[in-house]
Structures are given as C-alpha cells and as structure tokens.
Write a protein that binds this ligand. Structure first.
Ligand SMILES: N[C@@H](CCC(=O)N[C@@H](CS)C(=O)NCC(=O)O)C(=O)O
Length: 311
C-alpha cells in the first residue's frame, strides 16, 4: 500500500515534474485530485494555507513546493538519483532557472489568446474568467510577461535546451537528472496545446529528448481522494524532525509562532509553531480540526519566515 500521496491535478506542469520523478524512481503513489483554483478547503486542512500545486503527503507530514518534494523523494529512493555522477550544484541551478525563468516564459506564451482559446474551448466563459481572476489574485499585483517578450524569450530558451541535448541524451549528461524534469514540465504544457506546439519543433534533438522524458511514465499510481488523505493524516503521527541542525538566520527561536509565505505567486501564509529550521527547510507544527496535528514542511529558498507578533 503506497504511503506517498500526491495532491495535484492533471494539467499542472509542476505536478507533471513530480509524476515523472515518481516514475523515474519507480515509486508507488496515491493520487488525490485537487481543484485548479480556489477554494481548496481539503488541501488547506493539510497545509494550513499554502494553495499551490502539487503537495506531497506522507502520513501526517505535508511537503510544499516541488524543490522540497524532490529532496524527500531522493531521500526515500536514492537510485536512480536526481543528481547522477555528483552533479548536485549544477543540476540544482539549472532546475531553479527552469522552474522560475523558463516556466514563466512558457506560461505567458501558452496562455496567450491562441492558447487560452484552446485550453478553455470546452468550458463556459465563466470558467475562463474565474481562472484568470484566480491567477491574477495569485500574482498579487506582479505584472505578467508580455506575449511578444515571452515568445522571443521562450524561443531562445528552447534553443539553449536543444543545444544541451544535441550531443548527449539528457540535459546534464548520459542520465536523466532533476534538470531534465524541471526543463521538461513547462514544455510538456505547451506540447498539449496543438496550435502552439510547433514552437517545440525547433530542433530534432529537442523533440527526441522530450520523447525520452515522456517515456519514463508516472510509476505505480492508485486513485484516492481528499477525504481518505485527510483521514490518513488524522490517524498518523508526524515523523520526527531533524533535531540538532538549527540554522537561525532570522533571530526566531524554535517553538516560536511563525508564518511561512511564498515569495511570489500564491501568498497565502501557513501559520504554526516552528519546530525545525535546517539549512534547507522549515518545519511547522499545526493542528487542524479534520487533519489533526500535522507537520508542514517548506524549502527555505523561495519562502519567507516571519514571527507572529503577539496580539
Ligand atoms: N515553486 C512551486 C511552484 C508551483 C506552482 O506554481 N504550481 C502551479 C501549478 S503548476 C500552481 O500552484 N498554480 C495555482 C494552483 O494550482 O492553485 C513548486 O515548485 O512547487
């Protein structure tokens, strides 16, 4: 019985990154489909506020953001590694570029008028409007890339990726690494918009590389649902946190009441007691009426830690 539960939805690029990594590592997992837009009350019962997709649950431990989810999966199943041949630093830097810069150029291109018309072709006009309003709220005033700027940036980025897979099967060498899964997921989204997918035919090497990544598949997936996942959390005890490694860069002691909020795109905070702050992640303890006591974990990079001022 798999105890990895992925909260995701089919068209989410970052979820595709994790589904493929689950496949690469041949892991068994349970799938809980979450809404694409707010409200997400079942997800929030677990995360305490964080609303982005995907989220990984293991019992009463909730892991937010794919950067952290990748580390959790790597620790769980070391082989095949996401960092083959000691490529850790370079792989992480390429992955971070892909998840931020490449991703946003690809999304601005894919959600232009042609893409939006295709993506919402079978839905009522209200659905497109609700989606646009939800994402505008997530951006919290930050501007969207202009379609022309996004298109030329995306073309350049695709040429760069293509040049990396001209003479080797994967972005960083002979084996797939996290860099491949991060570079792939935004392109995968464009590929499923036929009127726009031609941009990916820039070079045969890019198409062949995308085919190799797609062939990895999603591992052993079993359908589940939000109620079952919340019951799992309620019946589980969170795993112990990593005591001994406490890196205090904020002057906030363990045991403090804190919030953790993404730096951009989806600024709903999660509040709880800070129970760990290692070099790479924060962990909070919080109690929910339905999910019970859970530990919610975030990567440090991309998130803001703040003390809650007493009322
Ligand atoms: N840095 C985050 C980004 C996640 C992200 O932006 N996911 C998109 C979906 S692919 C999202 O949350 N969209 C809004 C939503 O699903 O509510 C990660 O690596 O997990």
């Amino acid at each position: 019985m798999p105890n990895l539960i992925l909260h995701h939805y089919p068209s989410s690029p970052f979820s595709e990154k994790i589904r493929l990594i689950l496949g690469h590592k041949q892991l068994a997992w349970k799938s809980v489909i979450i809404p694409r837009i707010m409200p997400k009350p079942d997800l929030e019962a677990l995360t305490g506020g964080y609303r982005r997709t995907p989220v990984l649950q293991i019992g009463a431990d909730i892991y937010c953001d794919t950067a952290l989810i990748c580390d959790v999966l790597e620790r769980r199943q070391r082989s095949p590694s996401l960092y083959p041949q000691g490529s850790n630093g370079g792989v992480r830097i390429v992955a971070q570029w892909a998840d931020s810069t490449l991703f946003w150029a690809a999304m601005a291109y894919s959600f232009g008028p042609t893409g939006a018309a295709f993506l919402f072709r079978d839905q009522a006009p209200e659905a497109a409007k609700a989606f646009a309003e939800d994402r505008a709220k997530m951006r919290a005033g930050a501007s969207r890339m202009h379609l022309g700027d996004a298109t030329c940036a995306y073309k350049s980025y695709l040429r760069r990726i293509a040049s990396m897979v001209d003479d080797q099967p994967y972005v960083m060498g002979e084996e797939p690494s996290l860099a491949d899964f991060s570079c792939y997921h935004a392109l995968w989204f464009t590929k499923h918009i036929p009127p726009l997918a031609g941009i990916l035919d820039a070079t045969p090497s890019l198409s062949a590389w995308m085919g190799r990544i797609a062939a990895i598949g999603h591992g052993g997936m079993e359908q589940s649902d939000a109620a079952a996942a919340i019951a799992v959390a309620a019946q589980s005890t969170p795993a112990g946190v990593e005591h001994g490694v406490f890196q205090d860069d904020h002057g906030i002691a363990l045991g403090s009441r804190v919030t953790i909020t993404a730096e951009s795109f989806g600024l709903e905070p999660t509040e709880g007691e800070l129970i760990a702050a290692t070099r790479t992640r924060y962990s909070l303890r919080r109690t929910d009426a339905r999910a019970g006591t859970v530990h919610v974990h975030f990567p440090r990079i991309g998130f803001q830690l703040r003390a809650v001022k007493p009322a």
